[in-house]
Design a protein around this ligand. Sequence first.
Ligand code: 5GP
Length: 115
Amino acid sequence: MNNDTLFGRILRGEIPCDKVFEDDQVLAFRDINPAAPAHILVIPKKYIPTIDAAGPEDAELLGRLMLAAAEIARQQGLAAQGYRLVINCKDHGGQTVYHLHLHLLGGRALGWPPG
Ligand code: 5GP
């Protein structure tokens, strides 16, 4: 599958990003339009368009995304007060970039429910 999404271009180094974490399967970088004092996007290097497109073969990778987010939150000093992890899925979920990503939001108290 050809990954012509914005995050595919970031993964290929065609667009710069403010990287905060990388391993062999995961990349994390700061959101260009932060919705909170800390807003980091955690993405798999594998191209999966949406969480709806993930399958059982992705179970370990999805776990690694979550654990990477928790580790980044600790590194960024967000863990003591807490934070939020969000995955937007398709139109009603508010997804705009069709490469699966997890939002890590923190640095202030966040409202609930979301709009
Ligand atoms: P979504 O709406 O798909 O859940 O999240 C996409 C996110 O990507 C948005 O929060 C948006 O601000 C962020 N974004 C859009 N363009 C860029 C970019 O060029 N660089 C970075 N780092 N983030 C971007």
